[in-house]
Design a protein around this ligand. Sequence first.
Ligand code: SF4
Length: 331
Amino acid sequence: MERMALHFEILENGKVKCLLCPHECVLDNGQIGLCGVRKNKNGSLVSLNYGEVTAIAMDPIEKKPLFHFNPGEQIFSVGTFGCNFKCGFCQNWEISQAKPETKRVTPEQLVKIAQMNRNSKGIAFTYNEPLVWYEFVLDTSRVAVREGMYCVLVTNGFINEEPLELLFQSVHAMNIDLKGFNRDFYREIGGDLDVVLRNIEKVYNAGIHVELTTLIIPGKNDDKEDLRREFEWIADLDKDIPLHISRYFPNYKYTIPPTPIEELIEIYEMAREYLNFVYLGNVWDERYESTFCPDCGNLVIRRQGYEVEKVGLDEEGKCTKCGRQIATIIG
Ligand code: SF4
């Protein structure tokens, strides 16, 4: 359904400038922005995907992936359509780059469905890019918080500062894609590395739980010196930020073969020199998915796929052996 957008500027001759993300699309009447979901309608900006849901599921929170935020919980997960990046390797291109069938809900209805039918303590906005579902995510997360629930975003982190800050009151955790540490690669997919780094810092400094994901694509973003600089940058912010290094598989427009496991392990070992919590995604090997306490070496959470066993974690998210904080527990 159409809904008046937030964050835009009215220009001369019926044009509008969207100020939601750094693309800052200038649109003539009837024109739609790069994300495919914001339109100039008679000199005003409307969101085209407000309340339009393409996917609903109860997922393990580990699938987002969030490994250090309410580990072992199931979370009600929703998505719509549209994206402000154009990744040729998109794993969800059917909903990010096209408009599939949708079901229409209000924020109140969605929160009720999450509470009553699915019994979830939280809502994850995921599957496509939630930042281009901005008004609906903001409204729904505010209703959810009033109902005592928590909210999670799985995002590319490509948004202007003001709209990002407005989300801080009602979002509790984010997994942000850090799609490499190379400005040219970011340009190729329609983003900007510096904006994403600034936003990761902002989210972290706002006290929101942050985890990062880097999908490793051979020949595209796997330069070892770039990756070393990425790990150093994260460590400078906080060595405890969990990093998910994920295996790429060909999808959408990319036909490059999958990332070799040996290369992922090499990158994992390098990241471990800098960071306390590094995981390999899409590899399904307990050794690279489980959490160990960096202080005493205790096995804290054993993971095998989405089977999660909190063998050494207490109810406050601390290591049972030495008391070090490992995970954020809320709700
Ligand atoms: S949110 Fe969409 S319309 Fe707005 S600036 Fe970004 S790509 Fe353009």
